[in-house]
Design a protein around this ligand. Sequence first.
Ligand SMILES: [Fe+2]
Length: 514
Amino acid sequence: MMWKTTQAVALLVLCTVVSLLLTVCSAFSSFAPTNQFATVGYSNSNTGRIRTRCETPTKLHTSSEPNNNNTPDGTVSRRQIGELTIASIGLGTSFLGTRENKPTDYGLWGILPIGPYKTKKTIIETIVPDQIWTLDQKFGILNVQVPTRTTIIKLSGGGLFVYDPIAATPECLSFIRELEKEHGAVRHIVLGSVAIEHKVYAGVFAQKFPEAQVWLQRGQYSFPTDLPDSFLGFPLGRTNTLPLNKEDAPEEWKKDFDWDTLGPVISRDGAFGETVFYHKETKTLLCTDTVLEVTEEVPAIFDSDHTPLLYHARDYMEEKLDDSEEVRKKGWRRVVLFGLFFSPQAIRIKTVDEALSSRRPDINPDFAGIYPFDWVGDDVSSFKALQGGLLVAPILQKLILNRYAIETLDFADRVAKWDIKRIIPAHLKNNLKYTGKDYRAAFSFLEASGTPPGLPKPLALDLKTLNDAEINLTESGAIIKCPPLVGGDFSRAEIIAQEIYKCRGGMCTPKSQA
Ligand SMILES: [Fe+2]
């Protein structure tokens, strides 16, 4: 299905910028001497350490699937040339701006140049005194900035366990150094996700703590070419794949935690995977992207900079607004809708001509003064529909987890058995007071009976962009066809039979027992 012109305009900045910037992050690897380092950094067992030299010849892409991003004869395509050009610009920008003059500066921001760009304010919050802390920063594009979070837990044997590192700015590191003075050194750093907004910071973070062991979610990948983990900055010799089994985990943290892994769900161009950790003493679940909570409360990370909220609180470019709590909440509501839906139903997207001719850099210099939409619909109803419990992000609901409903629900069932009293996700609201049962209920969209009344459920109108994307991506082969929902007319075995379990780099999408 072809998208309408107006929809293309809507994504002009949003999606294009995202895709280009993500390409920067991965494409820089293309400069690497692939023959020499073809398999450096790959781990081929559940607990295997990084191999430190080439053990198989030449071919970087080791998937059992064909590498759809390369031309058949191995030459560089026009698309790849474009990506390399963008990568060069990104790296050049990063190189020129690497000096960290302020505590909030992040010199390597050019690797993933999204907002708030070089300046990344960090705030620390004590969740459980002397046991759990979180560090929040913002990330996003077009002022659609949301919190992204690291959680730090004190190990019972001393030292610190870090889950999902954020950008290691001097300010961020100073908070951690203070914790180290009192509670011991950072002993373990865990990347519980394959998502780029998490892994792009984790390697640099790990370099700051040379004594720590580093643990990666299974199924790390890069696009357009699979890269060794070491090329993403993960240190050789102390980087490991997260173990699936207790007996393979280090003594230092296996007595404090249970953990479980969803995926990696591998698609043609990417993957989704997450390892969640349950801290037994505090009954706290650490997760990355699987669930979040939408609330009206503006996250504290915005206290020092209201700009993104004020930008989006306007119904139209020329609207003048005071910086009040009510306005900031309105802006936050819209930031969340943009972040979750990309093109919420309450906006009217301008045509290209209209967006260009109405630009007002004097009002807002961002993006050359282009404000490519007006808010004309009911965004309050859209926002309220997302409240009332834990939510699985709509993009996961529509494009990813619904392809592997059995495996996802099996995972959620296992997590729900833990005696959870608190959930700390990597985005949006922090320190959520929910149980394992609540966590499981968030995945009821995968069942034929549907989401129970009262729980978050996106409005159908807001899902239009994702629905169109689902059709496009399915038709292009980027994602598999969606199997039936669970608990309806099809048995578990019949649903599993309709799923396709893709592989990459010697790792395949895990398949549940029929
Ligand atoms: Fe994330």
